[in-house]
Design a binder for this molecule. Sequence first.
Ligand SMILES: *Cc1c(COP(=O)(O)O)cnc(C)c1O
Length: 376
Amino acid sequence: MICFNKPAHTARTTEYIADVFREAHASGDGKYTRLCHQYFKDMLKCRQALLVHSGTAALEMAAMLAELKPGDEVIMPSYTFCSTANAFVLQGAVPVFVDIREDTLNIDENKIEAAITDKTRAIVPVHYAGVACEMDTIKDIARRHNLLVIEDAAQAFDSFYKGKPLGCIGDMGCFSFHETKNIMSGEGGLFVTDNEELAERAEIVREKGTNRSKFFRGQVDKYTWVDKGSSYLPSDIVGAYLYSVLEIADNIQNRRKKIWEKYYLAFAEAEQSGKVRRPIIPNECTNNAHMFYLLCRSLEERSAFIARLRENGIYAPFHYIPLHSSPAGKKFCRTASPMTVTDKVSDCLVRLPLFYDLSAEQQDYVIEKSIEFWKE
Ligand SMILES: *Cc1c(COP(=O)(O)O)cnc(C)c1O
């Protein structure tokens, strides 16, 4: 049985978690959370990096900070996880869907401008599979129309666009450390911004609308309720798990990239014979090996492929049901253009097992069973 994903951890994970109790500080913003904050500020070279409960929580913070009014519109792809849209729906805004590109499966930057109305406030590029959206074009559109750019960088740890780390190219960025992502803390996420005003307000939104972060730094002598917010900071136990995984981030990334490359080469022939398509990574983007997917020719072929792997004990899932065809998407969102590529990809994409602990033998077996299927 080869599962699709297995969360990484190290000997230090339990050691650090035990240390949280020795520190007698298990709530938010303890020693390990602060170590994680420093790690990300150094890595991303941004003003603010705040651990939160999940990628979903980071998106909700961004939506709150965007100060949207009911009916305001936010442009995003439909081919994404529901949290991308849900965060904005919670603020009364309307997600407006734009189709994706055939190559990267990211939002089609050339279709964004036609979707802009006088109610549009933000663009939310999702860096699918950790491969960057066309950020120069997106930022240029945002600048000309005075829109915020909020990056859904949930899958984009350690990935770059023209040398710039993803998550810090727009006004705000949201990462996920869910156990299916490259770096994980079970559940977890990160909110980042390099904007001075947003950096200050983000601390308040994350701490129940209080200025407690300033109080802890000794910048005010008492703390109080100053704005709208919620509770987005995780226990330091989550920080301890995350920090232990960040310490082996290089190993994780090297291993994931090796696995990815091996899959990529293994399916060259299947691609040449026109049966599948492999991921495409534009020159200006890096590959963080978040995901290895294949695009089959049809829904029928994909279903048969997944069933065959399953018979052989291999779990290979597909995603996403496009948000525009989900019940909540129909209720709360609007579609700006035909969703041709989105619908096609949703029918044809399949993901292969890719995680730190996947052994060479296991991967060989996945490849063998897959190739067998595509040879028939
Ligand atoms: C994983 C993911 C999220 C949500 O992250 P959670 O940590 O599970 O809340 C949001 N957007 C995208 C694109 C994701 O892949």
